[in-house]
Design a protein around this ligand. Structure first.
Ligand code: AMP
Ligand code: GLY
Length: 420
């Protein structure tokens, strides 16, 4: 069958790589893709949030199956539109995507189902939000209610820092105008060990799809600002068999029950950001897509079978699907342009990638690259994901950092403590 992947980051490169290995895939398209993805898929410039453009492209190329990578097209209802065209789609519809697009919606689900999560308050009035944080215990967490590419959260150590975060959320959402729907969520700080937990669900069956630890801060030792993720390790050490079962029983199933009560069917991957304390998971947030860079470590571990599972999920036949996990470990290290998560300058040259040969357990996934006559250049903040699968986490770590040593990119930086 012909397959289309929507997105153009490291997550989508790893998805394309896994899909392309499965003999059931004939022609693989990716929109918009990037220079790395172009090595495994035919890349096309499309506005992936535009239902009509994507739908027409699918008809023209006789696409049967669409895998949606990022949250933005899901928030725009691309999955609903393509399903109504009769296509198989991996990714939830617009209503189900509220689990990510509105933190207030998710908190409401937690309240109804009694799911453990940080205590919180939601404000549409900056003055009231500022007054509230002056009364809160510190640290306090300030969140943009809507989508913010992993950068909408501030863990504030002082009331001043919290107030700055509140102001910047209202300023940004206002865009200088009066935005009636600007919301800020202020919540209690939870201590513990963080982990990302992934399940596939077709609306009925839930299939656990792996765990990972994400490294959200920009610099070594978890210092610096929050980013979209600077590296990942799978499996997540905190997600023991027992914790996984608790996460399913106490978080995932109650959430899906609540959605069903509201008449919402969830079809795709559900990603729970969890904080584990004394073996008990609390929900930090939901995402309605794979994590980036967590997807990269899941894909290098799963390979071609990821395609079968995602296809069964889209078809509604997850009940008959199994995945085989090897007792292996994977690490990905993100190489980013200096300045990330702030402003970066695009166009710096990346050399030396041809010195390292790719195998089924080693890949450099591209997150933001372009190829010109002069070679490979960086086109964004997070640029490369050096990804390794090995029998042990220390083994994976060694190979990852040896390989990074071969890459010659003056403008790049990375964390040297991923998986440590
Ligand atoms: P989120 O986008 O909600 O996952 O938040 C991004 C990151 O901020 C999380 O991965 C945590 O590291 C941190 N964070 C969010 N909420 C809390 C909380 N209530 N307590 C402690 N840390 C948090
Ligand atoms: N790596 C975190 C995320 O994808 O949201």
């Amino acid at each position: 069958m012909n397959v289309l992947v929507l997105g153009g980051g490291g997550r989508e490169h790893s998805l394309c790589w896994a899909i392309k290995q499965n003999p059931r895939c004939d022609t693989l398209y990716c929109a918009p893709g990037n220079a790395g993805i172009a090595e495994v898929a035919i890349c096309r410039e499309l506005d992936i949030c535009d239902r009509i453009q994507v739908s027409e492209f699918c008809k023209r190329k006789e696409i049967e199956f669409v895998v949606v990578g990022p949250e933005a097209p899901l928030a725009h209802g691309i999955a609903d539109a393509l399903r109504s065209d009769g296509l198989l789609v991996f990714g939830p519809g617009q209503a189900a995507a509220s689990l990510e697009t509105s933190k207030a919606f998710t908190k409401g689900i937690c309240d109804s189902a009694g799911i453990s999560t940080a205590r919180y308050a939601v404000f549409d009035d900056p003055e009231k939000a500022r007054a509230h944080v002056r009364e809160c215990e510190l640290p306090v967490v300030v969140k943009d209610d809507g989508l913010a590419a992993g950068k909408g959260v501030t863990v504030a150590r002082s009331a001043t820092e919290a107030i700055e975060a509140i102001d910047s959320i209202f300023d940004k959402q206002d865009g200088g105008r009066n935005a009636p729907d600007a919301l800020v969520v202020i919540e209690e700080f939870l201590d513990g060990e963080e982990a990302s937990f992934f399940v596939l669900t077709d609306g009925e069956t839930v299939l656990p799809f792996g765990t990972a630890r994400d490294y959200k801060r920009a610099f070594d030792g978890d210092s610096g600002p929050n980013t979209g993720g600077m590296g990942a390790l799978s499996p997540a050490p905190a997600m023991t068999t027992e914790v996984v079962q608790r996460a399913l029983d106490d978080v995932i199933h109650p959430t899906l029950d609540q959605l069903r009560r509201r008449g919402i069917r969830y079809q795709g991957v559900l990603y729970a950001g969890l904080m584990i304390r004394n073996g008990h998971p609390s929900l930090l947030e939901y995402n309605v897509r794979f994590g980036d860079p967590e997807c990269q470590v899941l894909m290098i571990r799963l390979g071609a079978q990821a395609f079968d599972a995602m296809h069964a999920c889209a078809k509604g036949t997850l009940r008959d699907t199994r995945v085989n996990w090897a007792p292996d470990h994977a690490i990905t290290v993100v190489m980013a342009t200096r300045g990330y998560p702030g402003r970066v300058v695009n166009g710096s040259a990346i050399k030396g990638l041809d010195r390292i040969s790719a195998t089924s357990s080693f890949r450099v996934f591209h997150a933001a690259t372009a190829r010109s006559r002069d070679g490979l250049t960086a086109t964004g903040g997070r640029v490369l994901n050096v990804t390794v699968r090995s029998d042990s986490a220390p083994g994976a770590r060694r190979t990852v950092y040896e390989s990074i040593g071969q890459i010659d990119w003056q403008q790049g930086f990375f964390r040297s403590d991923i998986g440590k």
